[in-house]
Design a protein around this ligand. Structure first.
Ligand SMILES: C[S@@+](CC[C@H](N)C(=O)[O-])C[C@H]1O[C@@H](n2cnc3c(N)ncnc32)[C@H](O)[C@@H]1O
Length: 235
């Protein structure tokens, strides 16, 4: 291997990370008082939480030890938000449920309505490294669905939000801050946005085009970006 190839490979390794260590960085940096998760599966991401947590999944299969007290709701997120009430506003939420853009949009809208100005929302699957991952129907192996469309969608309809994507390997990690629980923009425009999505809005033909549209930040910036946000939102 040439020295240049080696250098490039090492440089890329420093700038990218797996999603679980990146999520752990979010927990460690923002020190949330509570955690809310959509999409639990075997509990790998839920196990990173050490504060009182609420988790939602119609088919949870937790097989790891959980560090936090967790209220687990075995139902879809739409049903959860229609029927259940949270005791306090959400500090940190992770959206990793149904991998279709309109589901993620509804999950985000419902979380924002239960958020505060310092809430941090993380989103999985927002920058697939292969266009084959993006089918709307689940495929064997890596599957992100068309969740990546949520990033340009939020940037267009909610320029007041801070929407960043970190260069987490295979699927990216979205981080949304500056939430406004009083905003009615997305609920009021929901039907129009879904009609635009149905007509193909924000679809891309290749992983390179998705990446170019999303403009990811190196994961080495994740902790410092969040620390800055935390300082500002608490001052
Ligand atoms: C990729 S897995 C979650 C992985 C987990 N967050 C982790 O990192 O270990 C996606 C999960 O979303 C759940 N799911 C599917 N549709 C859902 C919905 N409408 N609401 C909530 N969860 C859903 C599935 O049952 C599945 O367990």
């Amino acid at each position: 291997m040439s020295r240049l190839t080696n250098w490039l490979r090492n440089r890329r390794a420093r700038r990218t990370e797996e999603y679980l260590p990146a999520l752990a960085t979010v927990h460690r940096t923002i020190l949330p008082r509570n955690y809310f998760e959509i999409g639990v599966s075997t509990g790998r991401s839920l196990a990173l939480a050490s504060v009182p947590s609420v988790a939602v999944d119609p088919n949870p299969k937790v097989d790891v030890a959980l560090a936090a007290p967790v209220r687990l709701y075995p139902m879809t997120s739409d049903r959860f938000f229609a029927e259940e009430v949270l005791d306090e506003p959400i500090d940190f939420a992770f959206i990793d449920g149904m991998h279709r853009v309109e589901f993620v949009l509804r999950d985000f809208m419902n979380i924002e309505a239960r958020a505060h100005a310092g809430t941090v929302v993380a989103m999985d699957d927002v920058m697939p490294e292969d266009i084959a991952y993006t089918a709307r129907d689940q495929t064997p192996g890596a599957w992100t669905g068309d969740v990546y469309r949520i990033i340009p969608l939020l940037r267009r309809y909610r320029p007041d939000l801070d929407v960043r994507v970190y260069d987490v390997v295979q699927k990216g990690l979205g981080i949304v801050t500056r939430l406004d629980p009083s905003s009615r923009v997305l609920p009021q425009m929901y039907d129009r946005i879904v009609a635009e999505l149905d007509r193909g809005a924000f679809l891309e033909a290749s992983a390179a085009a998705i990446r170019a549209a999303i403009r990811p930040r190196p994961t080495t910036r994740l902790a410092s970006d969040l620390a800055k946000f935390r300082r500002r939102s608490r001052s």
